[in-house]
Structures are given as C-alpha cells and as structure tokens.
Design a protein around this ligand. Structure first.
Ligand SMILES: *Cc1c(COP(=O)(O)O)cnc(C)c1O
Length: 838
C-alpha cells in the first residue's frame, strides 16, 4: 500500500481538496465528509457543501491542518481511492467494450444535482441530474449541457398567515462548485451566437459530476447589452421572448461549445423540447463539415438524436409565434442553414403548410429525432395521443413514441441508516452494476433489522425538522416567530409526507377535502398520525399559492397544532430529509397529468411506502403487496364528484388499513404486516425505479442503436442520408397518385387468401410495404402482416401482392394498407405517408 499511496505534500493535498470540492460526486458519496468537517465544522454542519466549506475556511486553520501528516494521509487515501475507482472497469466498459458510442450529448434546461448548484425547479431537473449521476456510476460516456441561471428558480418564504414570498438570491458563479471554461491559452472561452443580427457572447462553466461533465452556459458577460445579460438570470421566468432566447442559447451555443471543446457525440439526447435547436445547430455543423445542404445534414443528425418528452398536456409544450422565430432566427436560418425561414417554421408545425400555426418546440424535436419516448408506460400512451396530429391516419398505437419509465439516483436519496442497511445486505458496488440479485438480498432481511432502521431514520428526521424550524424561527421578525406553530412530532407516530409543486393538477388540497375528518385522523387517541408538507407554487400561480395558505391555516388549528408542519422552501435538501424520514408518501395527481413523478420513488430505498393515485410511475408499480392506490385507473378530468370520492377513499384507507397496519404490533413490538410491505416495496421497486435501470435502458435500447445508425449515415460524406432524402422526395411526389385498386379476400379450405392490386404510379415498388392490418383486440399492439409482391406490374400498371394466412379473426377485422418502407429509415418518423383500403 505505502509505495503507491504516499502522503501528499501540503501543496498537493490542498490541490486535491480543491478538486474534491469541485466534484459533485460528494453529493452522493460521503467518503470525504470527515475531511470537510475538520476544515470548517460549523460551515460543514450547516451546509454539507464542501466548496462553501473550503472557501470559508480560515487560511491559518487550513494551513495548520495541511501541516499535519495525519490529515495529509487522509487526503492521500481519498486520492488513492479516487484513482483506483477511475481505473476500475465500469458496467459500460465491461458490457459494451467495442461500442460504436463514444459520447452522448445530453441537453436539459435544468439540472438538480445538489442544493449547492440551485439551477432547477423540480421533476425535469431531477430526472436530468439523477441520470447524469447514474451515467457516471455506470461509466456511460455522457457530457451534459445546461444554463447557469444567476438566480435559479425562486426561493420561498412564508408569512405567518401563510402567504408565499418569492425571493431571488444571487448565485455568484465564483461561490458555486463550477469553474470557468478556458481556451487552450488560458483565456475565458466565449461562444459567439446571434439573437437576430445582434452579436451575443456566451460564457461557459464546467461542473464535474464524477466521471461525467456538465457544461453550463450564461450570457451575463459585461460585453453584452443589459437585456442580453439577463437572458440566463431566471429559470422559468419572463415571457415567450425570453424563453426563446434561453432556448437558442441552450441549443445553439450549447452545441457550438461542445464542438469547440472537441466533443464529437454520436448521440444527442434532448431532455424535453426546450433544447431542440441543438439538433438544428448540429445539422449546421455537418453542412459545413461535409458541404451538404441542410436537409441532408438534418437527416444524418436525426439518426443520432433522441427526444424524451415529459409533459402530459399540450399546454406543456413551448410554442412561439412565427414572427418571434423570425425576429431571432431568420438571419441564422437564411444565411447559415441556407433555407427560407418557412423551411424551419414547417418543422415546428403539425401542418407544415399552415402559416398561422405557432412554432412548437416539441414538433421540432420530433422532426429532428430518430427516436422519441415518454417517461412512464401510461405517459407513453398519453404522448402517442398528443403527437398523433403529426402522423395523420396512423393508428394511435403506431405513433412512434415509446417509453422509458423514470427512476431516481438511489445513492442521492438514501439515508445514512438505509445506506448502512443496503451496504450490509448487498455490498458497496450495488448501484454500479446490473442490480442483479438485489431483491433477494433485501427479501432475506429480518423484521427487526428493517424496523429498527425505519425507526432510527424517523427519529433522525424529526430531529432535523425541529432543528430547521428552530433556525427559521430565529430569523423571523417581531410577531412572526411567536406565531409560527412549533413542530411537536413524535418518533413513535405514523409519519406522512406530502411535498411537491403546488400546481392544481397535483391536487395538493385533496387531503384537505374534509378538514375535520383529517384532523380526527391525525389526533386519533390510539392510532395518531403526523404530517409534514412542503411545496412551492409558481409566482404567477395564484390558485396554487392559495392552497399553501389553506394548509398553513389548517396547521394552526388547535387540534392538530404541532402535528402538521409545513416546511418552507421545498428544495433538494429538504426533499432528501423528507423522503428519508417519512413512513408514508402521499401523491394525489389528477390522472393522467403526472407524466411520471419521481418523489415517491425516493422513499423506496428508505423503506417508506406509497399511497398514490394510479398515475405516472405508480400506475405500473402498484401492487397490494407494496403500497396503496387511489383512483380507479381511469381518467375523469376535473370532475369534483371524483375528487370527493377519491378523498373519501384516501381517508378510509388511512383510517381502516394504513394506521391499523402500522400500529398492529407483535410480541417484539414490530408491525409485521407493515414491515412485510416495506420489505417487498424495497426489494421489488427500488432497483426497478432507479436511474441505474433507466440509464442502462437508454444505453441499450436507444444510445447504442442510434450511434450505429448515425455513423452509417455519416459515412462516405453522408451518402446514405442523401439517398433517404431522395426516397422521401419520391414518396412525397408520388403518393397522391398511389391507390389500392382492388382487394379480394377468399377463404377456401380453412385458409384465408388475400390478393391486392396496387397502383403505384411513380412510386418505386421497393419504397413501400403492403400490409394486412387489424386493430388491437385489447391493450396489445395491432396485428400487422406484410403482404409480399407476386409477379411484376401488369399492363395497367398495377402491382400485385398476395398472402395466405390462417383463419384467426373474422375477415371483416382486416384492412389493407400501404406504408413507406426503407431498411435504414425510421418509419413513420421520417416518412408518415399511409394509404388505406377504401
Ligand atoms: C423529486 C423532486 C421533485 C419531483 O417530484 P414529483 O412531485 O414527483 O414531480 C420536485 N422537487 C424536488 C425538490 C424534488 O426533490
């Protein structure tokens, strides 16, 4: 050990500390925690932020520490451990040693990685941050791009009467765990882009996330005019004009930055449509590199682009007036893409010819992508409905949107108690491989171990809540402090958690439907409950803010005072405390508007259980052995009668199933039925709803095939893409003349014979497929069988096709259709023609 692990010099140790503090791996791995406490205990205990801890350390104290060989040895050990870790093979290097994939560029408007880098609002940032961390764990080569918001999303304070105050503290980049991106000469790197004809300088910052890198762009360069400097000030603030300029910055400057830094990604992953201009700029780069026109370049780029959609409602898509697109992009489109502005606008319209249609970023993203997915099974179905207008006359089941259900980065959300439990049961490497065998190991844990861990985590949670509230009250002005209910939580009481954005579709008031009934449940003499809440409402959402006020008023009722705690400023740090501590996580969205939801997944590793609407992830995770469900698995819009019925179900479940299960103790004082659910929820659901599973899914099902297709289209100066463009043009020109002339179905001798005569007109026979189609019988896929050609065209120019099949379903179920065909193209993404038998 000794020769390869020498004690570093004070200078080397200081440099190492600097590097450790800038690697956000500390947000999920706690190997260096002890070092930070020695450097600046007060700041560390307060913030758990190594960068702040290091920057606020006393120089004299740090120097003295660095003078001590024992401290330097500790630093040396951490350095050696890191070097060892980086040398070790990863899941990706072991599983895909000769992959055609060297780099995935991941684009997202927000990233939730740590409270130390507050550039997120909620779920979308959570997905991006957790997947980036899992990519690091698994060794999947991802480089991420986002924006460095000077004020992030708003911070929340509450007045004693429950009104939300929106605050915007400033993120000084020099105090964030990021470093400026410099040129080879050590100068500040500035990426030039244009808003209209106006020149804009974009700066870049680098955040290290274990093996992965996140680049963050901002426009707050003093060389820019004030209006431009403010473009990256606030996340989800401002109007369409500001949003468009943010998205131009993210997509265009983002792709240029990667190019400038020498990245050559085969795959571009668009996390939501915000970043779709990245695909356009990627095509522009290919135009320049290969001297080819825009359409051909986009055809190459498309093969290597994946679009993940996150919304369940059309209003969730960003839409811009065409004139606004013209203002900011017409110069770029005409001079750089060398196409008329309408050529770009058409990509953002459902009907390319409709000049009044707004420019929809999700439509652009689809048209620029070779694969599209939603974020849960149900959301896949909902998304196929939302995107159906782009694929007229295609059956909804064949709208080309799949799904990858979200998951969370388990090590970022587990408590110390849970981490210890899982490490003992399944080893330290458990989240870095395929998670095989994890479920069995958790199922082997005995009741006592599980219950003790849960009790310890609940007790720790209650101490944290008390400490946070005491601190907040210390800051409250006259009249405020005395007025805020002081939490009086008990470590033995069933603890419920509810925290999320206070958007009306999440129904944060469903629990409050009958306040008296809720109060009676909470203060039950034998089976009491306590409830901890948190959530922000968008500053423009008055209805959402009103719901917060109602909860604060409820928490003041004398009969629940102290048992209901509304914690202000729901953020990642608070979310971690909540999901680690509570016994039951409640989620009440209106189906199907929660695309996935992730907060309920965060309690799984910690042994918390879920009581949730059958929406998003819970619609596919729920089983009676792992938790409780609300709703009937159908959609009811905003029907108040349904809200009332669901509230009633929730109260009844809490009263007659959940609380009795929690309080029914065996001779050892253990609630064995409750623990059985905990065990099954942990074992079955934690691995399944982990970002580890998600990133492996994306890699195997999307990144690797996309990389191969991209490379094939890029080869030989983009020959294949050229052929695809010609094929599309031929189909576009010939399709109006194509018609199914005659279909005959006969059923001799227990067989079905289908014969089709097709008039192809100018369409080449090998550019289409003739198919026998029947609608799905249940939830399954439709029945589609290819009808092969028989013989050549006859004198009338008709092509003939014939098929013999068995007699399964009645002949009237079937119809004949013609669709585009081409082995190396994505259909119907790249050609959405379809002709049906009349
Ligand atoms: C996990 C998380 C979310 C997303 O939660 P959902 O309610 O499931 O959408 C939002 N905000 C914070 C702070 C989170 O930690």
């Amino acid at each position: 050990m000794a020769p390869e692990n020498p004690t570093p010099t004070p200078r080397a140790a200081e440099r190492a500390l600097h590097d450790f503090a800038l690697d956000l791996r500390w947000s999920w791995n706690h190997a260096t925690d002890a070092l930070w406490r020695q450097i600046n205990p007060e700041c560390w205990d307060h913030t758990q932020n190594p960068w702040t801890t290091l920057n606020n350390a006393s120089h004299a104290h740090l120097k003295a520490l660095l003078g001590k060989p024992a401290f330097r040895r500790e630093v040396g050990q951490a350095l050696a451990a890191r070097a060892e870790r980086l040398r070790r093979p990863t899941w990706f290097s072991r599983t895909h040693p000769d992959a055609p994939l060297s780099c995935v560029a991941y684009f997202s408007m927000e990233y939730m990685l740590s409270e130390a880098l507050p550039i997120y609002s909620g779920g979308l940032g959570n997905v991006a941050g957790d997947q980036l961390k899992a990519a690091s764990d698994l060794g999947v080569p991802v480089v991420a791009v986002g924006l460095l918001f000077a004020q992030g999303y708003f911070r929340q304070e509450l007045t004693p009467d429950g009104r939300q105050q929106a605050l915007y503290p400033f993120n000084d980049p020099s105090l964030l765990p990021v470093s400026p991106v410099l040129t080879e000469e050590g100068d500040v790197l500035r990426i030039p882009i244009h808003f209209g004809t106006g020149h804009v300088w974009v700066r870049a910052w680098k955040a290290v996330v274990g093996r992965a890198t996140l680049y963050l762009l901002d426009t707050n360069d003093p060389a820019n005019p004030p209006g431009v400097r403010c473009v990256t000030t606030q996340l989800y603030g401002g109007d369409a004009d500001l949003r468009l300029r943010q998205e131009i910055t993210l997509g265009i400057a983002g792709w240029r930055l990667l190019d400038r830094l020498g990245y050559r990604p085969e795959v571009c992953h668009l996390n939501e449509g915000h970043a779709a201009f990245a695909a356009v700029e990627r095509a522009r780069g290919l135009m320049e590199q290969l001297r080819i026109p825009f359409r051909q370049a986009l055809t190459i780029a498309r093969a290597g682009t994946l679009f993940t959609t996150h919304t369940a409602v059309p209003a969730g898509f960003d839409r811009f007036p065409p004139t606004l697109i013209g203002t900011y992009l017409s110069d770029y489109v005409q001079k750089r893409l060398d196409i008329p502005l309408d050529g770009l606008l058409a990509l953002g319209r459902a009907d390319p010819g409709d000049r009044n249609e707004p420019f929809n970023m999700a439509w652009l993203a689809i048209r620029a992508s070779g694969a599209v997915n939603g974020v849960s099974r149900l959301h896949g179905t909902v998304s196929r409905r939302l995107f159906a207008p782009l694929f007229p006359r295609w059956p909804e089941a064949e709208v080309p949107v799949g799904h990858v259900t979200n998951g969370v980065h388990t090590p970022s959300w587990d408590s110390i108690e849970a981490d210890t439990l899982w490490t003992e049961a399944a080893g330290a490497e458990r989240w870095r491989g395929t998670q095989e065998g994890l479920a069995e190991r958790i199922r082997a844990l005995d009741d006592r171990t599980l219950w003790t861990t849960r009790a310890q985590a609940r007790a720790a949670f209650i101490r944290k809540v008390a400490a946070i509230c005491a601190r907040q009250q210390g800051y409250a002005g006259d009249g405020g402090a005395a007025d805020l209910p002081v939490p009086a939580l008990s470590p033995d009481v069933l603890t419920l958690g509810f925290a999320r954005r206070f958007a009306t579709y999440k129904r944060p008031d469903l629990l409050l439907h009958d306040p008296d009934r809720l109060a009676r449940l909470l203060s039950h003499p034998e089976r009491p409950m306590q409830l901890v809440l948190a959530g922000k409402a968008h500053p423009a959402d008055m209805a959402g803010q009103e719901l917060i006020t109602r909860w604060i008023a409820f928490s003041r009722r004398p009969d629940v005072r102290g048992r209901v705690v509304f914690m202000p400023d729901y953020d990642m740090a608070l979310a971690q405390i909540l999901v680690q501590g509570v016994d039951l996580w409640i989620n009440t969205p209106r189906r199907p508007w929660e695309a996935s939801g992730t907060s309920g997944m965060k309690v799984l590793v910690n042994g918390g259980l879920n009581l949730s609407e059958l929406d998003g992830w819970w619609a596919e995770a729920y089983a009676p052995e792992v938790g409780w469900a609300l709703g009937d698995g159908r959609e009811h819009g905003e029907d108040p009668a349904m809200d009332a019925a669901e509230a009633e179900t929730m109260y009844t479940l809490l009263e007659s199933e959940i609380a009795p299960s929690f309080y029914a103790r065996d001779a050892q004082g253990i609630p064995s039925a409750w623990v059985a659910r905990m065990r099954e929820s942990m074992a079955r659901l934690t691995p399944l709803f982990s970002a580890n599973r998600v990133v492996r899914d994306y890699t195997d099902r999307f990144y690797l095939p996309a990389a191969a297709r991209y490379r094939a289209r890029l080869a030989d100066g983009g020959q294949a893409a050229h052929a695809i463009v010609q094929w599309q043009d031929r189909l576009d020109a010939g399709w109006p003349a194509l018609r199914i002339d005659a279909v005959t179905i006969s059923e001799p001798d227990g067989q079905r014979q289908v014969a089709v005569a097709l008039f192809l007109g100018p369409v080449p026979a090998d550019a289409v497929l003739v198919q026998l189609y029947a609608d799905p019988l249940d939830d399954g896929p439709p029945s589609v069988t290819t009808i092969p050609p028989c013989g050549c065209r006859d004198a009338d120019g008709l092509a003939h096709y014939a098929l013999t099949t068995g007699l399964d379903r009645p002949a009237t179920d079937y119809t004949v259709r013609v669709i585009p065909a081409r082995g190396d193209a994505a259909i119907p993404l790249e050609s959405a023609h379809i002709a049906w038998q009349r």
